[in-house]
Design a protein around this ligand. Structure first.
Ligand SMILES: C[S@@+](CC[C@H](N)C(=O)[O-])C[C@H]1O[C@@H](n2cnc3c(N)ncnc32)[C@H](O)[C@@H]1O
Length: 295
């Protein structure tokens, strides 16, 4: 969400948001799920509209109901669409969004087994992000807010954005423990040269004080803006810096992210198991007392 907020600033035309009705900022969110990122942006930017696309048949109904609840249905519409389809490309060509948002599935999928649609993202975990960047090459939004992680070839995602003429402006990192999906493919992840994870005791204790973690990894998101000068020079590229951050984390664990140096602002959080639980309770409603009662 922080990346989305930062990207809003780059997507706006100077002064446009002060003229209600005119120059409405068009946001398109790929893999929009329940719509929560888009809603957050609509609430910040009053003069904006949202088109959310998701392949899951229930996502459209859930997101539309959420829009009603939040009083945002006049500015938000949700469509069932596979982001790999030509339908998605046509919808985006018509919409001409200034801001493209994508928080997609990012778990690398072993060749012998597919992961649920909300998590699996091809052999190296970048399928949806690479498709988003291919669409950005055609649609040319002014700004993008993208999320990815250290398990799924993080350098390539940023490099592809840079090759398409986008500059990474700020990076947001959350250190997190393995979960249901990433944990289920741990053996496969350890065979991938570009999956960065760490299992040092200090990392495991930090991400899961209850002792439940097998490894820690980095969730990443960033805001990108279209650079009018085209692709950047080879030196000082954000993709190199992202690779260095991830490979240091894989070698040295949690200590490596306490003082990061980069040519762009970086903010780091620790999202431990308790935070994850609080987040789930916040998103899905309160936890029944019976669930908290000891056996
Ligand atoms: C990790 S969830 C993120 C949902 C939402 N962006 C959020 O932040 O809460 C990934 C979403 O991607 C959707 N998805 C997966 N493959 C897709 C595809 N090919 N086209 C469109 N949506 C897809 C899933 O249905 C799921 O809602």
């Amino acid at each position: 969400m922080m990346a989305g907020e930062a990207a809003l600033a780059h997507a706006r035309l100077p002064g446009a948001h002060r003229m209600p009705g005119a120059n409405q900022l068009r946001i398109a969110e790929l893999t929009s799920g329940s719509g929560l990122i888009g809603f957050h942006l609509l609430r910040i930017e009053r003069n904006s509209s949202l088109m959310g696309l998701d392949i899951d048949p229930s996502a459209r109904a859930v997101a539309s109901a959420n829009a009603e609840r939040l009083g945002l249905s006049r500015r938000a519409r949700f469509i069932r669409a596979d982001m790999c389809s030509s339908n998605t490309e046509n919808l985006l060509r018509r919409e001409r969004p200034q801001l493209l948002v994508c928080n997609p599935p990012y778990i690398p999928e072993p060749p012998d087994g597919r992961i649920a649609v909300e998590a699996g993202a091809g052999p190296d975990g970048t399928a949806h992000l690479m498709r988003t960047l291919a669409l950005a090459r055609t649609i040319r939004p002014r700004a993008m807010a993208l999320s990815w992680c250290s398990l799924s070839d993080p350098e390539s995602v940023v490099l592809e954005a840079e090759r398409n003429g986008y500059t990474l402006n700020s990076l947001f990192i959350a250190v997190i423990a393995d979960g249901e999906y990433s944990g289920s493919v741990e053996g496969y992840l350890r065979t991938l040269p570009r999956a960065f994870l760490n299992s040092a005791p200090e990392t495991l204790t930090a991400v899961a004080p209850d002792g439940s973690a097998t490894f820690g990894y980095l969730l990443m998101s960033a805001d990108f803006s279209r650079s009018e000068q085209g692709p950047k020079r080879k030196d000082n590229m954000a993709s190199d810096q992202v690779r260095i951050i991830c490979s240091r984390f894989a070698r040295r664990g949690i200590a490596s992210v306490t003082a990061l140096e980069a040519s762009f602002p970086v903010r780091v959080w620790l999202l431990d198991r308790w935070d994850e639980m609080r987040l789930r309770a916040f998103l899905h409603g309160s936890i029944p007392r019976t669930a908290l009662r000891p056996e």
